[in-house]
Design a protein around this ligand. Structure first.
Ligand SMILES: Nc1ncnc2c1ncn2[C@@H]1O[C@H](COP(=O)(O)OP(=O)(O)OP(=O)(O)O)[C@@H](O)[C@H]1O
Length: 347
C-alpha cells in the first residue's frame, strides 16, 4: 500500500538529509507506528506519502502509484484516498461537529443526501452521536480528536496518516483515541501513525518503524516503543543494526502479515463489496459502519474479528474522478479553510 524505495529527502542544499535511503513497505491493512526522536524524519515520511514533499532520491509508491510519475492534477485524487489526523485537530472553529465532518464530503462534491446520511453514521462510529450541533470549543480534546478522525475517515480512505494524534491528550483519552484508530484499522484501512507516545505504542503492540536522524534503525512487528539496545535480544527477529549508516541495510525486518481466517473472510467480503461499489460507480454507503458502543471499554489487544466491520477499502474515489485542476483536495481545502479562519480571527 505504501512503499518507500531508497528514499532520501534533503530540504536545503548542504543540510543533512531529513530521510536518508529509507526503504519501508507497508502492506494493505497494516497498522504501523513511526517512532523516533524529534527531527528524525517522521513527519517528512508522512508528507512524502501525501506528496506534500517530493523525495530528492528514491521512489515513493502509494496504492501502486509511483508518486514521482503522478501529474499534479492527480494529486488531489491521491489525497482523497488518504485521511490525515493531526496533533492539534485542525477543526474549523466556526463550524459545528456535523459541519466539520460534512465539509470533507462537500469538498469532493458528494450530494447532500449522501452527506446527511453518512455524517451521522460516522459520528456514531466515533462515539459522538448526540453532539452533532456542538461547536469545537464545546468539546473536550479527546472529542475534538474524534471529530477530526471522523472527518478523515468519512470518505473511506484506503490509508489514514496520523501525526502525533495523542500529543495533546491525557493518557486515558489517548487510549480511547487509539482504540478508535484500531477499529478503523480493522475495517481494512492502512494506518501509519507518527508518535512519541511510548505508553500507547507499548500497549498496542503493532509494527514499529524507528527512525534515527533520517534512517530506519528498527522495523519490528508486535513491538514496543523501546530503545534500540532493548530490542537486540528479540527472538525471531533479524538482528538490529549496531551502527546503521550508509553501508548498512536500512530495513532490518520485513513484515509478513498473515491474516487470520476471520480477517480473510472480512477481506473477501470487503473486496466483493468494493467490486459492487466499483460497478455502481459509487463508494459503499457508510451504513455498513459498525455502531460504536463501548469503544472505551474494550481492551486494545482484544481482537473482535467476528464483529469486525466489513468495510470496502476501495475503489479509491481517486481513481474514478480524475479532474484536471480539481479543487477537491480534501487535505488542502481543510487546511486552507483552517488558515483562513485563523487569519480572520487574528486580524
Ligand atoms: N520544510 C522544511 N524545511 C527545512 N527543513 C525541514 C523542513 N521540515 C523538516 N525539516 C528538517 O528535517 C528533519 C526532519 O524533520 P521532521 O519534521 O520530519 O522530523 P520529526 O521526526 O517529525 O520531528 P518531530 O517529532 O519533532 O515532529 C529535521 O532536521 C527538520 O529540521
Amino acid at each position: 500500500m505504501i512503499r518507500f524505495e531508497n528514499v532520501s529527502k534533503v530540504y536545503a542544499r548542504g543540510a543533512r538529509p531529513a530521510l536518508d535511503d529509507v526503504s519501508v513497505d507497508v502492506s494493505r491493512g497494516e497498522f504501523v507506528f513511526l517512532v523516533g526522536a524529534s527531527g528524525s524524519g517522521k513527519s517528512t515520511f508522512l508528507r512524502l506519502v501525501l506528496r506534500e514533499e517530493r523525495p530528492t532520491g528514491g521512489r515513493v509508491y502509494v496504492a501502486g502509484r509511483d508518486l514521482s510519475r503522478l501529474s499534479s492534477w492527480k494529486v488531489p485524487s491521491l489525497r482523497r484516498s488518504i485521511g490525515v489526523v493531526f496533533q492539534d485537530f485542525r477543526l474549523l472553529p466556526n463550524k459545528t461537529v456535523h459541519e466539520n465532518v460534512a465539509f470533507a464530503l462537500q469538498v469532493i462534491g458528494k450530494p447532500r443526501h449522501t452527506i446527511s446520511t453518512t455524517v451521522p453514521e460516522v459520528l456514531e462510529m466515533v462515539g459522538l452521536d448526540g453532539k452533532e450541533k456542538r461547536m469545537p470549543h464545546e468539546l473536550s480534546g479527546g472529542e475534538q480528536q474524534r471529530v477530526a478522525i471522523a472527518r478523515a475517515f468519512v470518505n473511506r480512505p484506503q490509508i489514514l496518516l496520523a501525526d502525533e494524534p495523542t500529543g495533546n491528550l491525557d493518557p486515558t483519552t489517548s487510549l480511547g483515541i487509539m482504540r478508535l484508530l484500531d477499529r478503523i484499522n480493522r475495517t481494512g484501512t492502512t494506518v501509519v501513525m507518527a508518535t512519541h507516545d511510548d505508553e500507547i505504542v507499548n500497549e498496542m503492540r503493532k509494527r514499529v518503524v524507528e527512525l534515527s536522524t533520517g534512517s530506519v534503525v528498527r522495523d519490528e512487528i508486535d513491538a514496543v516503543y523501546g530503545h534500540r539496545e532493548s530490542i537486540l535480544p528479540a527472538v525471531g527477529q533479524t538482528p538490529v543494526l549496531d551502527a546503521p549508516g550508509r553501508d548498512a541495510p536500512a530495513v532490518v525486518h520485513r513484515v509478513q502479515v498473515t491474516p487470520e481466517p476471520a480477517d480473510l473472510e472480512a477481506e473477501r467480503a470487503a473486496e466483493a463489496a468494493a467490486a459492487r461499489a466499483a460497478e455502481s460507480g459509487d463508494q459503499q454507503p457508510a451504513a455498513a459502519l459498525p455502531a460504536a458502543p463501548a469503544v472505551e471499554d474494550r481492551p486494545v489487544d482484544q481482537r473482535p474479528v467476528a464483529q469486525a466491520p466489513v468495510e470496502p477499502v476501495g475503489p479509491p474515489a481517486a481513481d474514478r474522478v480524475p479532474e484536471p485542476g480539481s479543487p477537491d483536495d480534501v487535505v488542502q481545502q481543510v487546511l486552507r479553510e483552517h488558515e483562513r479562519v485563523r487569519a480572520g480571527r487574528e486580524a
